[in-house]
Design a protein around this ligand. Structure first.
Ligand code: FMN
Length: 414
């Protein structure tokens, strides 16, 4: 990971001591960190502490001798600015465009092609206040990236959303923001299983956990790619720093894929979701078709469920994509397949879906206890491009293949 110039803005929250931990971790990783602190922040953490952590004097007063024009010089120096902790007051002041203190002047002078991250920390009522939420939305519209807030007990004893994100997670988000891949890809990852309603409370689903998709999404984001994880509501959530959307049924996944691929220009789609092959066509109780699908079935009756085969969503990805150069990665799970059966299982995904790569793994060879997740990445000619012993290795190999597959001149329709 290359060292970056990181400019931290501390504002006046109890969470300042946790931001010191964030700064300390980033300095230990080799980054150069400078700190600007608001007057209030210096009531929570001493300038000597920040100076000792970063090796540089803390800046707070724009008019301090020696600081003149530092708000301009620092914006030129910084690869990214991180406001951590970001108070309600500072968020609202930035949204109003005030430049009468060091932090506000920095915000206005900032080169908006560079990342500006905000890690909010406040009481749940302050966070949910319409003034704060409106300011957050306004700042997002200006390209500011808000890190999620944590939920739980805040320093004031109230429980709710508003806590500063865990320091390790902030460090990860900062590293992702300054990562410089040779080419920044936009990647859509799907994960988890669809769930088809049988009645008002029961579903037909599968055992997919979404762990592979979540790990792939997190790895690509860590490398600096822009990732959307489209996951089942019951699946493993996205690890930071990934934008995520959720689905329940086949129809919801179908609609989300059409919208995302049609509206946004992705370079690659990793379709790791376990899409049910069958939907519920009709349910009969004691031989009589049920009229309402929303009521709970009476368990005393003899129930017959008629299934209808669903189309393969993986086959639709390329045609739905706004980017005609989309790299499609399909996934195939088998149970106890030998090499010939595995090759036969992946072949239709190249022929039908036009996949660029197919990831094959076999349930019989996985070992949850050791983390073993042997997977083979196939190429369209039927050859195994690479064998991966674990999910982490799979993520690294796919990131490498995607980077070389996505050509810079891949065409986007307007
Ligand atoms: C003990 C104490 C703790 C505070 N913690 C927070 C906090 O976590 N988040 C917040 O938004 N404001 C908090 N405040 C209020 C801010 O410090 C206050 O709004 C201040 O004006 C913020 O100024 P600044 O944003 O310029 O640093 C706290 C105040 C006190 C006295």
């Amino acid at each position: 990971m290359p060292a970056s110039n990181l400019l931290f803005v501390f504002s006046g929250s109890v969470a300042c001591f946790r931001s010191c931990d964030v700064v300390s971790q980033l300095v230990q990783q080799g980054h150069r960190v400078r700190v600007v602190a608001t007057t209030s922040a210096l009531r929570f953490v001493g300038a000597p502490t920040l100076e000792a952590l970063t090796g540089s004097p803390v800046l707070s007063d724009m008019f301090q001798p020696g600081s003149a024009l530092e708000h301009i010089n620092l914006t030129r120096w910084a690869d990214a600015v991180v406001v951590c902790p970001a108070t309600a007051h500072t968020i609202n002041r930035f949204a109003a465009g005030f430049g009468d203190d060091f932090a506000g002047a920095l915000f206005l002078a900032h080169d908006r092609r560079k990342p500006w991250l905000m890690a909010p920390a406040m009481n749940p009522a302050m966070w949910s206040h319409p003034a704060t939420q409106a300011a957050v939305e306004k700042l997002r519209g200006w390209g500011v990236e808000f890190l999620p807030v944590g939920t739980g007990r805040t320093a004031c004893g109230e429980v709710g959303a508003g806590r500063l994100l865990d320091p390790a997670a902030i460090v990860r988000c900062v590293n992702a923001a300054v990562a410089r891949p040779a080419r920044r890809l936009r990647v859509l990852v799907t994960s988890g299983g669809t769930a088809e309603p049988v009645d008002g409370v029961r579903v037909l689903t599968n055992t997919s956990t979404g762990a592979t998709g979540a790990l792939l999404a997190g790895h690509l984001a860590d490398e600096g790619h822009e990732v959307v994880l489209l996951r089942a509501r019951s699946a493993v959530p996205a690890t930071l720093p990934v934008r995520e959307e959720t689905f329940g049924t086949f129809a919801e996944l179908d609609a989300a894929l059409a919208r995302l691929l049609g509206q946004e220009s992705f370079d690659a789609a990793l379709h790791a979701a376990a899409v049910g092959d069958f939907g519920v066509d009709a349910v009969f109780v004691d031989g009589v078709a049920r009229k309402s699908a929303s009521e709970k079935l009476d368990s005393a009756g003899e129930v017959t469920v008629r299934l209808r085969r669903r189309p393969k969503l993986v086959d639709t990805l390329r045609a739905r994509s706004r980017n005609r150069g989309l790299t499609v990665v399909a996934f195939k799970l088998t149970t106890g397949a030998d090499a010939a059966a595995a090759r036969a299982a992946v072949a239709p995904l190249f022929a039908r879906a036009g996949a660029d790569f197919v990831v094959h793994n076999d349930l019989a060879r996985r070992a949850a206890a050791t983390g073993a997740f042997p997977a083979d990445i196939y190429r369209p000619d039927g050859a195994v491009a690479v064998h991966c012993p674990t999910r982490t290795a799979l993520a690294a190999e796919l990131a490498h293949l995607l980077a070389s597959a996505a050509s810079p001149e891949s065409l986007s329709t307007p």
